[in-house]
Design a protein around this ligand. Structure first.
Ligand SMILES: [Zn+2]
Length: 309
């Protein structure tokens, strides 16, 4: 399959998106007088090294801070490639998630290779309650992280955390990190550059791929996107797929609303969780990659949330 490899895209002077190959996770970097603010670090060390090499090609500046949009492995397993000495900044919930999935005493540079840690780090600590033991679906989840690059992963949790908002005040631009509530997982932040009209939204937006909602908050995610769509920005960098505009972000909000409405309708119609998993479909989206693998677990998680209220 001919795919364009992972590559840097310059969105504005000194602001770069690193777009993952074939819809794999994205990252970003902002040049500052002190060095790069790096946004996310790819899903394993070899990919993080190629991201780092791409940045070193455009500037000899050092790395200044590493910012995490959320905790999932596909955005943080390359942290060690950047975070030798630099601080790692994230929402406080992201640090809590690291501790929840990797152990309360997880430290910088700790390595791990257990499937259970890897799968919860990538898909959320509730995945074992979503997918029953022995379910054939486990084969896909196992396959997702069986390549040699994932044999042993290195944890680099945040060293600095914030609650709602953190701002880098640079010479001609500010970089605003903002938490808008639980969404794709929890602890997701946006990285907003108001002077440039750019926002990095992490996995709160998937472009060209069906989203993972297995450890997300369906209503929270929709309301966060409503807030993001009120920003004055021209460029939106998703967690997966090419940079887009608010138009595509609003279209993605409709995908989530269709999922929510489908599941809510099933609950109102008296369907059990298993019946909802069998019968709620999103025909407009079923050709998207990952729909088949992820839709049942997205429905199951949404069902539990919507029936709990
Ligand atoms: Zn994610």
């Amino acid at each position: 399959m001919a795919e364009q490899g992972s590559h840097l895209v310059e969105l504005a002077g000194g602001v770069h998106a690193f777009v993952g190959e074939g819809g794999d996770s994205n990252a970003g970097a902002i040049e500052t007088p002190e060095g790069f603010l790096v946004i996310d670090a790819q899903q394993h060390i070899p990919l993080a090294k190629s991201f780092r090499a791409a940045l070193e090609k455009i500037s000899s500046k050092p790395f200044f801070w590493l910012i995490l949009t959320h905790y999932h492995l596909d955005h943080t397993a390359g942290n060690s490639v950047f975070a030798g000495d630099i601080p790692v900044l994230a929402h406080q919930i992201t640090l809590e998630k690291f501790r929840e999935v990797l152990g309360p005493d997880v430290g910088r540079g700790d390595s791990f290779s257990e499937f259970e840690k890897k799968v919860t780090f990538l898909f959320g600590p509730n995945i074992k309650g979503l997918i029953p033991p022995g379910d054939p679906a486990w084969e896909w989840f196992r396959g997702r992280i069986e390549e040699p690059e994932y044999d042993t992963l290195v944890a680099v949790p945040p060293t600095h955390t914030f609650a709602d908002r953190f701002v880098f005040h640079l010479d001609r631009r500010s970089v605003v990190l903002e938490y808008l509530g639980p969404a794709h997982c929890d602890g997701d932040i946006i990285v907003h550059l108001p002077e440039d009209g750019i926002v990095f939204v992490g996995d709160m937006l998937f472009v060209g791929r069906f989203p993972w909602l297995g450890d997300g908050d369906i209503n929270g995610w929709i309301s966060v996107l409503d807030r993001v769509s009120g920003l004055d920005v021209e460029q939106v960098v998703p967690g997966h797929g090419n940079p887009v505009t608010l138009k595509e972000l609003r279209e993605f909000r409709e995908l989530l609303a269709a999922l929510r409405d489908g599941v809510a309708g099933a609950i109102e119609g008296g369907m059990s969780e298993d019946e909802a998993v069998d019968r709620v479909n999103l025909p407009d989206y079923e050709t998207l990659p990952r729909y088949r693998e992820w839709m049942p677990w997205n429905v199951r998680n949404a069902y539990r949330q919507l029936s709990a209220r």
